[in-house]
Design a protein around this ligand. Structure first.
Ligand code: HEM
Length: 419
């Protein structure tokens, strides 16, 4: 019997999770004085845990699996079915190598080049407008870059529609009612679009560049040497297009950081080597909320920290709370990029906004590198390429609604190229 691990009493705490959002796990880790506690969520027993040791445990592939871990509402919107997120062992390794093959240095460079070009084109349009909502614009830039980089043809007149469809996949998982159903509906539309493209590629009607996601997912072979069924290939291409579009959220937080902490501008300007920019971007990813937690299930019975983990128990790793863990970070509520001078702070189980552990063997986000690069392109434009004003607006962000972002979406006026 487990004596040291606290148990939250009551039938179900899904409502508290929705009400406390990003703080749900951390609040209880603090009040229970324990990095692991047991509760009930979504009608079942659940383990919540956070901190560096818990993260290391969570990413031990012998102890946790992903099959059946993602809540249905997340599968139906954010992830899709049969995607890499739901796989374990050899199947996961095979699929994950496919993703990582797209993230070579050369392909990352290609991504940056495309993204810079798309930024320039967008700014050209902004300079002729009275006001833009930066979040909406950033999503369009990123959707365009994502499609080009992935080899997916996207006529200009479809950009807005596809951007909105992709965005609803990450904007709606935690919503209720019609707003949530919009996400499910758009997933069906997008999967059909991608499936058709995969079939065209296979029939030789469309030939994307071999380095692209469309090509790679269309021709990839699984552990049995079989091609992915077109639906699964579609889900995996969307696993590229959707999260690239979602970088818009981090771009909004980049805007916000420059507003909230204007002294950062000077520090960034006086550090042309890019070292400080790297720390700045890391601090944005640590400090601001994005993924609240990630889920898995216990793979086989084991005991850890005096607690018996029972096979199949739903387990949540506290992503936001680990990034704000007072045991790991000095003054976690202080925005302080220099903290990354200390190398330990970047370790693979401590800074986990996009998951922890290893990229290939584990489920860590394969897009972490390009996320960081896209944020750097954004910061470069905001700091060095353009000038803009931010009229009075509500820049506050919620620690409850998921995903969070500055409420106004960051309105810009008087946008000009810098001389
Ligand atoms: C997995 C966050 C951008 C593709 C993940 C995970 C998180 C995450 C928390 C789950 C880790 C786990 O399950 O243990 C983010 C955030 C992003 C971002 C905050 C910023 C927008 C990207 C980009 C791509 C991408 C740009 C692709 C181009 C994926 C894929 C997985 C994943 C395919 C599943 C990996 C697996 O299960 O092995 N991401 N991500 N993400 N991400 Fe990202």
């Amino acid at each position: 019997e487990s004596q040291d691990v606290p148990r939250e009493e009551g039938l179900d705490h899904s409502v508290s999770l929705m009400r406390e959002g990003y703080m749900y796990i951390l609040n209880r880790r603090k009040s229970f004085q324990s990095n692991v506690f047991e509760t009930r969520l979504l009608g079942q027993k659940a383990i919540c845990m956070g901190g560096k040791n818990a993260a290391e445990l969570f990413y031990d592939q012998e102890k946790f699996k992903r099959k059946g871990a993602a809540p249905k509402r997340v599968q139906e919107t954010l992830f899709g079915k049969q995607g890499v997120q739901t796989l374990d062992d050899n199947q996961h390794l095979n699929r994950k190598e496919m993703f990582m093959s797209l993230m070579s240095e050369e392909n990352t460079k290609k991504f940056i080049d495309i993204h810079r070009t798309d930024w320039k084109k967008a700014v050209e349009e902004w300079t002729g407008k009275d006001e833009i909502v930066f979040y909406e614009e950033a999503k369009k830039i990123l959707c365009q870059t994502a499609c080009k980089w992935a080899g997916v043809p996207l006529p200009d007149e479809e950009l807005e529609k596809r951007t909105n469809e992709l965005a609803s996949l990450f904007e709606t998982p935690a919503l209720i009612g019609p707003e949530h159903w919009k996400g499910r509906h758009n997933r069906n539309i997008l999967e059909a679009w991608m499936k058709e493209l995969v079939e065209k590629v296979r029939e030789g009607e469309w030939s994307p560049d071999p380095q692209t996601a469309l090509y790679t997912m269309s021709w990839h072979k699984d552990v049995e040497g079989e091609r992915l069924d077109p639906h699964t290939a579609a889900v995996e291409i969307l696993n590229i297009l959707r999260p690239i579009t979602a970088i818009a959220i981090y771009m909004c937080f980049t805007v916000l950081a420059l507003e909230q902490f204007p002294e950062e501008k000077g520090k960034l300007a006086s550090e042309p080597t890019g070292q400080y920019l790297q720390w700045f971007v890391q601090e944005i990813r640590r400090f601001y909320p994005f993924f609240p937690f990630v889920t898995a299930r216990v793979k086989k019975d084991f005991t850890w920290s005096n607690y018996d983990f029972e096979k199949d128990t739903l387990t949540l790793l506290d992503v936001y709370g680990t990034n704000h863990d007072p045991e790991l970070w000095d003054n976690p509520e202080l925005f302080h990029p220099e903290r990354f001078k200390v190398e330990e702070n970047s370790q693979k189980y401590q800074l986990i906004p996009q998951g922890g552990g290893s990229y290939v063997e584990g489920h860590r986000c394969p897009g972490e590198g390009i996320t960081i690069e896209a944020m750097k392109v954004c910061a470069d434009f905001l700091l060095n390429k353009i000038t803009y004003q931010m009229p009075e607006q509500d820049l506050s962000y919620s620690l409850v609604s998921m995903p969070s972002k500055p409420k106004s979406g960051c309105k810009f006026t008087q946008i000009h190229w810098k001389q």
